[in-house]
Design a protein around this ligand. Structure first.
Ligand code: ATP
Length: 375
């Protein structure tokens, strides 16, 4: 191992080139619930970070701790290179958008957006202009003079976003800002948030438990579980090379076949090259499996599963078929919605699309000789 000595000055440069630094952050709530457990993050300016994970994994807590709305039990928070661990929320250069953003009911859209600037004592002329620009940017021009009660849910949420952005914060924190908005508008607002963020280059943290939203928005995807970071990387990488069995199942619902009892399901070539005692799980995505009409057609395929169909879900153009393998394991395959399949099916996959995990659920990387270089 090579060691590099970093002088104090260099270390300073490294940390000040981050926009947000979270060091060994732990949060234990009164009563003993450990919501965060040693979280580490260093985020470059302008990055759109998505925090993804199941309910209760600590996403909101992490956001509130960065904002200073919760005191942390251990660790440090740095913003723009400065330690802000003990600073008040208002002195951290962060703005937060919540699920239900409270707007002033008696103020117009323009006045709502202008309000934070008024609080910050920005001169009247300048703050009017900035609020107007923000209103236009968010396509709220036509309703500028309306009051919140006259707006749709999506418009109200945009006013909330405008109010957070108008102060030009260094860091924008968003906690499931679109979860109360219907699907169609959500897609539109999602694109708008991304457009605004790119334009302003504001470092953004966005909490969601919606995997499609996470993949659509993230420059960097942080998957959390039980107060810890399970995987952190570009969304493509997290999707294509899930570091753990948990991430693989959570993001995209990968099938997981238990290999601890029998490894007969594995392609012989692969089985021969792996240390069998470490093998725990074989993962394959429903969209990487194909149904073959007759078992003979499976000859030469690298993974072959025979199973009994148990049910199906229509997804739109596609259908998710649930089946049970001969080894009595559950799996799903995606087919075209119009495709008909028999009750007894044979499904196949290429070895490039197989993911292996050890008995502890960690990815066995570099051990897929048949797929090297393809991922
Ligand atoms: N004020 C609090 N006091 C005690 N426990 C809390 C408090 N806030 C959150 N928790 C607990 O801490 C854990 C993490 O909660 P948090 O809200 O951060 O999760 P989350 O990932 O944002 O979940 P969700 O997606 O459901 O909002 C949960 O077990 C939760 O019950």
């Amino acid at each position: 191992m090579t060691m590099t000595t970093v002088s104090g000055e260099q270390a300073e440069q490294v940390s000040s080139s981050w926009s947000v630094g979270v060091e060994a952050m732990t949060k234990v709530y009164p009563g003993g619930r450990r919501a965060l457990d040693g979280v580490e993050l260093a985020v470059k300016p302008g990055t759109f970070v998505v925090l993804l994970g199941p309910s209760g994994c600590g996403k909101t807590t992490l956001l509130r701790c960065i904002a200073g709305l919760e005191r942390i039990s251990a660790g440090r928070v740095l913003i723009g290179g400065d330690e802000v661990t003990h600073r008040e929320p208002g002195d951290r250069g962060v703005a937060m958008v919540f699920q239900n953003y409270a707007l002033y009911p008696t103020k117009t859209v323009l006045e709502n957006i202008e309000y934070p600037l008024r609080m910050a004592k920005v001169p009247r002329q300048a703050r009017r202009q900035r609020a107007r620009e923000m209103t236009e940017l968010l396509r709220l021009g036509p309703v500028m003079g309306s009051r919140p009660a006259q707006l749709s849910g999506g418009q109200r949420q945009r006013v909330g976003i405008g109010r957070a952005l108008v102060r030009e914060p260094d860091v924008l924190l968003m906690d499931e800002p679109l979860s109360n908005i219907d699907a169609e508008l959500r897609g539109e607002l999602r694109a708008e948030i991304r457009r605004l963020q790119r334009r302003s280059s504001t470092t953004t943290f966005y909490v969601t438990h919606d995997q499609a939203e996470a993949l659509a928005l993230a420059d960097r995807l942080v998957v959390m579980r039980d107060g810890r970071i399970e995987q952190d990387g570009p969304p493509e990488q997290v999707y294509q090379e899930p570091a753990t069995r948990f991430v693989a199942s959570f993001l995209g619902g990968m099938n997981m076949l238990d290999l601890t009892g029998s490894q007969a399901v594995l392609p012989a070539q692969l089985r021969a090259t792996l240390a069998e005692d470490r093998l725990g799980w074989l993962g394959v995505r429903p969209e990487d499996l194909r149904v073959v009409a007759r078992p003979e057609e499976a000859t030469g395929a690298e993974l072959v599963l025979h199973g009994t169909v148990e049910g199906n879900e229509l997804l739109g153009r596609e259908r998710l078929m649930h089946f049970r393998t001969q080894g009595d394991q559950r799996a799903r395959v995606r087919i075209h919605a119009d495709q008909t399949v028999p009750a007894q099916i044979t499904v196949v996959a290429n070895s490039a699309d197989l993911h292996l995990f050890d008995t502890a659920g960690r990815r066995l990387s570099g051990t897929l000789p048949l797929s090297s270089g393809s991922r």
